[in-house]
Design a protein around this ligand. Structure first.
Ligand code: NAP
Ligand code: F7E
Length: 345
């Protein structure tokens, strides 16, 4: 399929198109008949990331969240009806190593974008990717749109600034801006450094005898994990409402990292206790101990609900990583003339 042309088609601009959510959202909007433009930054290697399979369907525009001129030009070029700001330095651990960069992209970057929209196309509808990390040291459980914030990382703090800017723009100007407070959502496209994908990818490598241990930090942290493919539908629904608002998007179930590990190993018939090693390097300076979202407002007003549960999510991710690692091993061993039989788990 080629990039679609057509006068009556809705146009969307997605930042973070190379990331996990950007790719699922692009698929969803293309399915709904949108023309999709994706903002990406220049890198030394041509990089479509998670949207590689969509590269002929999307119009890519080079820009960077830290470069306001490029954002102005991107909006002018895309002329979007809807804008989804998913770009971020999204790895919490890295935000302690690069706090300034994280603030510039995840915080000030949102200001720059909102200003650019106000100047070029103020009638575009705007979605901001906010996060449950803003609740941090939680002040109540479960967390709702009304729960006070207490971020625990430079990432959470930068995102909180972007969240309030998004609210301030709709209160100050006649602009349609929404903030989605999304709890952790995962998929086979999740970056390898996030705990869920690190677990499922390593489980697959253990199964195929590529490594014999999984090094992790805090196994007691609890997260409300959902499936990214479900969550991007909520982003779109927020921009179809009569009035702009903010919504918590979550499953309403919380599990420890240990639960995730146990489930993933069980899926391949192994006991996690034989493989998991505690490693201080993966402990955080300030931890978010528990997240559990109450998405009643989104369920009632948007008619949204998650389709994939925790067990299905773990199973989906392990299965896909078994395929990925099997392919890698088979490709490597083909050269050494070793042959692998059927996947047997
Ligand atoms: P992700 O896979 O890490 O993708 C992040 C995207 O942002 C990538 O496309 C990345 O491009 C882009 N980016 C980073 N810095 C940029 C810059 N300076 N200018 C332009 N683009 C830049 O993240 P995700 O999991 O899809 O999450 C999407 C958004 O939702 C993020 O804002 C994240 O903070 C937020 N969020 C995520 C979750 C979750 O559980 N996944 C929960 C709540 C909120 P490159 O490929 O060039 O690096
Ligand atoms: O950590 C613990 C770690 O890095 C989850 C981002 O998408 O969701 C994500 O942020 C938990 C933490 O995600 C390891 O201490 C233990 O308690 O997968 P994570 P996150 O920090 O929750 C929110 C909603 C976002 O907005 C973010 O963008 O797992 N943990 N051992 C570990 N975590 C990692 N990464 N690696 C470990 O070895």
């Amino acid at each position: 399929m080629k990039f679609r042309e057509g006068k009556d088609m809705k146009r969307a601009l997605i930042t973070g198109i190379t990331g996990q959510d950007g790719s699922y959202l692009a698929e969803h909007l293309l399915d709904l008949g949108y023309q999709v433009c994706g903002l990406r930054r220049r890198s030394s290697q041509l990089n479509y990331g998670c949207s590689e399979h969509l590269k002929d369907d999307i119009e890519f525009i080079y820009a960077d969240m830290t470069d306001m001129g490029s954002l102005i030009r991107a909006i002018d070029k895309a002329k979007p009806d809807e804008i989804y700001n998913l770009a971020a330095q999204s790895f919490v651990q890295t935000s302690w190593e690069q706090p300034i960069l994280t603030s510039q992209i995840d915080g000030i970057g949102v200001s720059k974008f909102l200003e650019a929209i106000r100047m070029v196309k103020p009638r575009s509808r705007f979605y901001q990717a906010s996060t449950s990390e803003m609740f941090g040291k939680v002040q109540e459980t479960p967390q709702t749109e009304k729960t006070p914030f207490y971020p625990r990382s430079p990432y959470g703090i930068a995102k909180l600034y972007g969240h309030w800017m998004t609210i301030n723009y709709r209160e100050s100007y006649p602009m349609f801006t929404c903030s989605g407070i999304l709890f952790n959502h995962e998929s086979p496209r999740r970056g390898l450094e996030f705990v869920t994908r690190k677990i499922t990818h390593t489980v697959a490598r253990i199964k195929y005898q590529q490594v014999n241990e999984l090094r992790l930090g805090n196994l007691d942290a609890k997260r409300d994990w959902g499936f990214a493919g479900d969550y991007v539908k909520a982003m779109h629904l927020m921009l179809q409402q009569e009035t702009p608002d903010d919504y918590v998007i979550a499953t309403g179930e919380t599990h420890t990292v240990r639960d995730f590990v146990e489930q993933a190993f069980k899926y391949v018939g192994l006991n996690y206790k034989d493989y998991v090693v505690s490693d201080q390097r993966f402990m955080r300076p300030a931890e978010v101990e528990i997240l559990l979202g109450d998405s009643s407002k989104a369920r009632k007003k948007l008619g949204w609900k998650p389709e994939i549960n925790f067990e299905q999510l773990v199973c989906m991710m392990v299965e896909e990583d078994l395929r990925v690692v099997y392919d890698e091993v088979a490709r490597f061993d083909h050269g050494n003339k070793r042959v692998y039989g059927q996947l047997s788990i």
